[in-house]
Ligand binder design. Structure first.
Ligand SMILES: [Fe+2]
Ligand SMILES: [Fe+2]
Length: 144
């Protein structure tokens, strides 16, 4: 998708570059945030969830977490989800109803299509975590 955004900027020349710049900026920001989010999950939250599940299975003690309850990292990740979804909506708005130069419009249609696919994947990601994994981890923790 980044390639398509670069192509759109090139196709539009100077005028086009000005139109494309906010999209490119939002996309780079989104990508960086999402990558950082995935690292936070893999390296911070998921190991904690595993610890809590192990403790629950063994009817053991509540793991001592540096920041208290698992609710804290969960809330941070939920905020990430909301921010990422807002950025996707912003990019969809920029690309879906674009009425600028035809060359850019064609590229934007393909970007919009990819954004919609990404948005659908993101919705599944957020649903599985916000609605299933996170509540389950919290209730396991509460039971310890
Ligand atoms: Fe995830
Ligand atoms: Fe997530």
């Amino acid at each position: 998708m980044e390639d398509a955004i670069v192509r759109a900027a090139e196709a539009g020349g100077r005028g086009g570059a000005a139109t494309v710049a906010p999209l490119a900026h939002t996309f780079r920001f989104f990508k960086r945030e999402l990558e950082a989010h995935l690292v936070k999950e893999e390296e911070m939250l998921f190991p904690l969830v595993r610890q809590i599940e192990e403790a629950a299975k063994l009817a053991g003690e509540r793991p001592r977490l540096a920041f208290g309850s698992i609710a804290h990292p969960i809330n941070l990740l939920r905020e990430d989800h909301q921010a990422e979804q807002r950025q996707l909506q912003r990019m969809l708005k920029m690309t879906e109803n674009y009425s600028g130069p035809a060359e850019i419009a064609t590229i934007y249609r393909s970007i919009a299509e990819q954004l919609r696919a990404l948005e659908a994947d993101m919705r599944v990601h957020v649903y599985l975590e916000d609605e299933i994994l996170f509540p389950r981890a919290r209730s396991l923790e509460n039971g310890l």
